[in-house]
Design a protein around this ligand. Sequence first.
Ligand SMILES: [Zn+2]
Length: 178
Amino acid sequence: MIITTVKKQGGDNLFVSIIEEIGGENAVKVANALSDKDEATDEEIAEKTDMRLNAVRKVLYRLYENRLASYRRTRDTRTGWFIYFWKLNPERLRTLIISRKQMVYQRLKERLYFEKENMLFHCGNSECEQLTFDDAMDVSFKCPNCAKPLIFVKNDKSIELLETKISELEEELKTLKY
Ligand SMILES: [Zn+2]
């Protein structure tokens, strides 16, 4: 339930990419199977995901190592074996999602500052980089990569785009933190 909330609050892609980074595609399958339920045994997950029990256990362990999953165990009175009930740890996931978003937010702020503070020059070639005024001066306004003349770039559009994205992220972070 909480996972669904986290996923909905703009965290869906991040949910997938964080889990994928930790345990690959298999981890995404397992996490999705777990996110629909309060808890599940490894056998239930294997059945639901069509994965081998061994692979499921490997993924669960990876998630456990990263504090993204936890378990409780009870003894099966019939067989005497332990049964493990697994669940995702939504708080940990939320923390990871927030810190990713904060990182992006920080980078966008830095980029915005850079765009606002600098006059930028470009040759028009998409493979070449933009240069600041000082750097463009150093190369006599000739692109160091393709030698075409460097032209002043009006960056109002980039600034506007960055500002929109930044305020969107601010909103998302507010909801995620509640
Ligand atoms: Zn160029």
